[in-house]
Design a protein around this ligand. Sequence first.
Ligand SMILES: Nc1nc2c(ncn2[C@@H]2O[C@H](COP(=O)(O)OP(=O)(O)OP(=O)(O)O)[C@@H](O)[C@H]2O)c(=O)[nH]1
Ligand SMILES: [Zn+2]
Length: 340
Amino acid sequence: MVRNRSGIHSDDHAGFDRPRRRTRPRTKDRPDYSDAEVATVITVDRGRYRLRLGDRMVSATKARALGRAAVIVGDRVRVVGDTSGEEGTLARVVEVVERRTVLRRTADDDDPFERPVVANADQLAIITALADPPPRTGMVDRILVAGYDAGLDPLLVLTKADLAPADELLAAYQPLDVPVLTTQPGSDLGELRERLHGRTTVFVGHSGVGKSTLVNALIPGLDRAVGEVNAATGRGRHTSTSAVALPLPHLDGSAGEAGWVIDTPGVRSFGLSHVTPARIVAAFPDLAESTEECPRGCRHDSTAVDCGLDLAVTRGRLAPARLQSFRRILDARLSAEAHP
Ligand SMILES: Nc1nc2c(ncn2[C@@H]2O[C@H](COP(=O)(O)OP(=O)(O)OP(=O)(O)O)[C@@H](O)[C@H]2O)c(=O)[nH]1
Ligand SMILES: [Zn+2]
């Protein structure tokens, strides 16, 4: 799949969480912040933001003028006030820079509200264990769909390869050209590091799959809590409920970051009611081309009549396994619609 660096199509910029009109100050009163410093949002916690500004960490609140507009992890924001980062100081976020991408979910399929989860990522790593807990392709498919919708490049990381073989999952995702990596205790993370290099990658995975173990291995000294799952709540006591952006160190010790990992809390569901099938198709240029011959309103699923995708298979232009895998993930979206 050929994509530009940011992984998004040029028409994807419109209307990302612009503040509503009533919350926006009248233009003539709006101060000009264009020369304010720009920082990256690392965490969001009850109206407080931890920002990385150059090589210092700064705490901040949101300026009243931003109203209810969301500020999310990964956002690039303009900040004013005390940006020294010294103990007890608090800067003010006055503007969110236009987002390149937004990964969204709806809490449930019947939840009408889209919740932006992470801004400005360009890759989505889905972490799945090969056993303990057993892999759930339905969940992987749903997260993939959210990633394609957001214009993120997918990456599948299969952990616990010491416990079970990866064949089945490889067969399910290779036809979609999803890169798949496997890990196990002590395995070489070189290829994963290469894929993370210079990019911002969201890590998503069900609780217990070994996500913290992986993040700790990638970022020595980080010490994310591993395996502290509370039996009663199914949630680690110290597990944060929102995402956190973590800079990846350069292995040779040079300054700056080698990329960003945005770690998200274990997901149990990934609602997709905000996703349209057309945007999933658009993530696969070869398939999108074949749908040009479809009848109007074709949904391209396995029940579709005269679908151009079936024609493409008949003509030998599309591998049957690719179409089958594509329809499986399309179904992950459509089944969301079937149970509103
Ligand atoms: N056998 C095996 N066990 C692993 C592997 N990776 C992690 N584990 C174990 O799996 C358990 C869960 O690992 P975590 O890293 O806490 O999983 P997590 O996905 O971060 O889970 P949450 O913190 O609940 O989100 C721990 O006991 C780990 O030691 C692996 O590759 N093989
Ligand atoms: Zn079709």
